[in-house]
Ligand binder design. Structure first.
Ligand SMILES: [Zn+2]
Ligand SMILES: [Zn+2]
Length: 883
């Protein structure tokens, strides 16, 4: 295999993904005796393109999948897509509009055929993108929510819930989007604070004895009023209850009723009752026996139940006309500015209309209770745990779930209306005749199910339910669900309810709720802001491994992820660093490189201190990574690997190892170093593989190894036999000495190539032994002519001094520089830094700055200030040592 000088992600990514697919690495084997580890993917919309949210949660899932697979589990990560009712229908609607056609003209059957055709052609885009990210899903088990098997599961669930009395059909006020022309769920209504008006209207009493004033934010709905209500305890209106008013512009007689739902403090304390267009009014009207009157059609236009002048007007045009006419009639008492919450459609941002219609509902309380209990008993555990509070709060006030949608794309409701006896036949398969009258004039309910109804079944419908399949037995309940917080209620809670109901068991043991990927400034990404970052673009520019590492490193539980370009640049550099380190190691493995027989690690007694140190550090890192991944601390996992690889392995160990690989070094030393290098490189590639699968596979294939892929190699575990505290202490001391000398060099501007002398005085015998034993290594790393242990440093003359633990150090400067000039230079430098530092200090004492600046900015200022202060202290000490 050619070893390119520079790391090129693109060809590597393609080559190894193909390799894994060919080997069937991702395929789960329920017949194996291995412990199952199972996740279902949150199915992306079939219309979707990969966005940063997908990139994040799929990276984290893949890290878990690859890690558990290498640990020997039978991993099933089940992928698939969601048919996404409204979203997909809108895409095809738009396509039709471009052709000058409409869904209505096409007819339902042909339209649904068009959507399937669209799905076959374009629906796979996001799957290909997940593969580019490196996702190790079991593609042999890919599912789609409208697959025949999954559709059968949906019908089965619907029929069972109906048989159990948990699904019913009723007239109810729903959230209606006049633009999407369908009911939408509470969750799909986005409340926004909106500047509106509050109109007060006077309704005259029928007996001519006065009137009553009502306040409303939607005056056009008055055309549908069938009553007026006041609070029973309201003294102002007590005498009026039971009387009748005449509805202006319409002339209908409305009774005045008393109902405690009225808020005495709102407006005038008297409200109009519009049962067909307001949820509270609907309930109150039911209690009082007032009839509902629908005054709008499905597109939000006034219908034939209103007086002729308003028929056919859009609701907002009708509002304008109604207000005008009320004013002309002298019954408009006042108009006031009014700021209130208005619900908008999540899909199309149209103002949602409360609308009376006949819909299908799931009776939710009997399903919610066990789901709350399961979480309370930690049968499902949440990370971060605070999401449990949101979950409980929402479950506590949950309403019956309106599951019907007036769409054509989706699972059509398995209910057939008999036109002879109007019985509704709910059935698994198309019934030939009506169950009540035996008639054959049956028409299927035109509505489809809310998309979330099918995704609520996802953890078991994908495994073959309602059949008792091998997969269902082996893989339910699943192990972990990784998902975004925005679908905690839409999806997570509903899966728990449905899983408990149909499988008598929770759908997953643990759920990790991810934060939100934001732009570098911490802003939410949005098309309108123009700050959307495309993950595929990042893969093209930095490689999938760098993107994955960035997301993992930023995934602190409970925090959002401000994605700055520097992070990507930094982690691509990290990939380069690994590449170059591996290249160095492989070039030095000599004859043994690339073959399959790995040389055994020599026994510890034959290893040098730095060898024992790096092996000990490796063992600690393996332990740390295992613990961190178990706690979903992807950030700390990435950080531990980064620190170990970049600093301990590359910066220190490779430098310490170099001399023994030089030509002329003793053969035994060289072969011992090679064995350690190979061992550590192999282990660290395996440790890193779940986060950076491509580069690690490519490098691992080049070193002596067993097996066809790193993806199935054993995950390194903590090896207590390799832990060596003595070696760790020794190397820590020699690293400290080297760092002190390097600092002296940097602060005094001494040419890095210039060889210096180092005098060391050890204040205890142990430290002295360590310095003596490692003098050659210290000299190499710090570029010294030599290290001399001395009984005291008083005779060292003009020298830069420093302390490393219990060792006092002096670098003689005679002939290196003029201490006097150097002291002056450093004084000037300190003066400059002090001014800078004072500026930051002033800022940090300024209450205005502390109150207004973003926390990141304050933190940064504090950090810089701290660094400046440290630097000043260090330089002052250097000046002292020059005296
Ligand atoms: Zn809409
Ligand atoms: Zn019938």
């Amino acid at each position: 295999m050619e070893f390119d000088k520079a790391y090129q992600p693109a060809p590597i990514e393609e080559r190894w993904y193909t390799h894994w697919m060919k080997l069937g690495v991702f395929t789960a084997r329920p017949d194996s005796s291995r412990r199952p580890f199972v996740m279902v993917i949150p199915p992306p919309n079939v219309t979707g393109r990969l966005h940063m949210g997908h990139a994040l949660n799929n990276t984290l899932q893949d890290i878990l999948a690859r890690w558990r697979r290498m640990c020997g589990d039978d991993v099933l990560w089940l992928p698939g897509t969601d048919h996404a009712g409204i979203a997909t229908q809108m895409v095809v609607d738009r396509q039709l509009a471009r052709e000058g056609a409409t869904r209505e003209a096409l007819g339902r059957e042909e339209f649904v055929r068009r959507v399937w055709r669209w799905k076959e052609e374009y629906g796979g885009a996001i799957i290909a993108q997940l593969k580019r990210l490196g996702c190790s899903c079991d593609w042999t088990r890919e599912r789609f929510t409208m697959d025949p098997a999954l559709s059968r599961a949906v019908r089965e669930a619907f029929v069972r819930l109906h048989e159990e009395g948990l699904i019913y059909r009723d007239k109810f006020i729903v959230n209606w989007c006049p633009s999407c022309r369908t009911a939408i769920s509470d969750l799909e209504v986005i409340p926004e604070v909106t500047q509106g008006s509050l109109w007060t209207i006077r309704y005259p009493l029928a007996d001519g004895s006065g009137g009553i004033e009502v306040a409303t934010t939607r005056p056009e709905t008055m055309l549908g009023d069938t009553g007026v209500a006041v609070h029973p305890d309201d003294e102002r209106y007590r005498a009026l209850v039971g009387k009748t008013v005449v509805l202006p512009l319409v002339g209908r007689a409305l009774p005045i009723i008393a109902d405690p739902f009225v808020d005495k403090e709102f407006g005038t304390g008297a409200v109009k009752i519009t049962p067909a267009h307001d949820a509270n009014d609907f309930e109150a009207a039911r209690r009082a026996g007032l009839p509902p009157l629908v005054v709008m059609d499905e597109q939000g236009r006034m219908n034939d139940n209103v007086p002729a002048p308003y028929r056919g007007l859009d609701r907002f045009e009708a509002r304008r006309r109604v207000v005008e006419d009320l004013r002309a009639a002298g019954v408009l008492v006042s108009v006031k500015d009014h700021v209130h919450n208005v619900g908008y459609c999540q899909r199309c941002h149209t103002i949602v209309e409360p609308y009376l219609s006949t819909q299908w509902f799931v009776r939710i309380a009997p399903l919610a209770a066990p789901a709350v209990q399961a979480v309370a008993e930690s049968r499902v555990r949440f990370t971060p745990p605070h999401w449990v509070n949101s979950y409980n709060e929402w479950m506590g006030k949950i309403h019956d779930w309106c599951i019907s949608r007036q769409l054509w794309w989706g699972h059509q409701i398995p209910a057939w209306h008999c036109s002879d006896c109007s019985t509704i036949n709910v059935a698994r398969e198309v019934p030939a005749t009506c169950s009540r009258c035996g008639g054959g004039a049956l028409r299927q309910d035109p509505d489809v199910l809310d998309t979330w109804f099918s995704s609520a079944l996802w953890p078991f419908s994908t495994l073959g339910w309602p059949d008792e399949t091998v997969d269902l037995k082996a893989y339910y309940p699943t192990s972990v669900l990784v998902t975004g917080f925005d679908i905690l209620f839409f999806w997570v809670s509903r899966m728990i309810m449905m899983g408990l109901h149909f499988m008598q068991e929770v759908p997953f043991r643990r759920t990790y709720i991810t934060g939100l990927v934001r732009d570098a400034e911490g802003q939410k990404m949005s098309k309108t802001r123009g700050n959307v970052i495309d993950p595929i673009d990042l893969i093209d520019r930095y490689g999938a491994d760098a993107l994955r590492f960035t997301l993992a490193a930023m995934a602190t539980p409970g925090s959002d992820l401000p994605l700055a370009e520097e992070r990507m640049v930094g982690y691509r550099a990290f990939a380069n660093k690994i590449w170059n380190a591996a290249r160095f190691v492989l070039l030095n493995l000599g004859e043994g490189g690339g073959g399959s027989a790995a040389p055994a690690l020599p026994p510890p007694t034959r290893l040098r201190v730095e060898d024992r140190w790096i092996l000990s550090r490796l063992s600690h890192v393996a332990k740390e990574v295992d613990e961190r991944l178990n706690e979903f601390r992807f950030d700390e996992t990435a950080n531990a690997l980064y620190q170990f690889l970049w600093h301990e392995f590359c910066d220190w160990y490779l430098e310490m190892a170099k001399p023994s690989l030089l030509p002329g070094a003793p053969a035994e030393e060289a072969s011992r170093t090679r064995a350690v290098l190979r061992h550590v490189l192999d282990a660290v590639l395996r440790l890193l593989h779940p986060v950076m699968p491509f580069i690690t596979e490519d490098l691992w294939q080049r070193i002596p190894h067993e097996g066809a892929t790193i993806a199935l190699a054993a995950y390194p575990i903590h090896d207590p036999g390799l832990v060596d505290e003595v070696a760790e202490r020794e190397v820590a001391l020699l690293m400290e000495i080297v760092i002190r000398v390097r600092n002296i060099r940097a602060e005094l501007n001494i040419d890095p190539g210039r060889r210096l002398q180092l005098l060391a005085h050890a204040r205890d015998a142990g430290a002295g032994r360590i310095v003596a034993a490692n003098a050659a290594t210290i000299a190499t790393l710090a570029r010294l002519e030599g290290v001399r242990l001395v009984p005291d440093l008083s005779a060292s003359g003009a020298a830069a001094r420093a302390v490393a633990s219990s060792v006092d150090l002096a670098v003689p400067l005679a002939g290196v520089l003029d201490p006097k000039i150097e002291r002056q230079r450093l004084s000037r430098e300190i003066e400059k830094l002090s001014k800078e530092s004072e500026g930051h200090a002033r800022k940090l004492q300024n209450a205005d700055f502390l109150g207004k600046a973003r926390p990141e900015v304050v933190d940064k200022t504090r950090r810089i200030h701290e660094e400046l202060r440290e630097k000043i202290e260090r330089l002052s000490r250097t000046i002292e040592s020059l005296s």
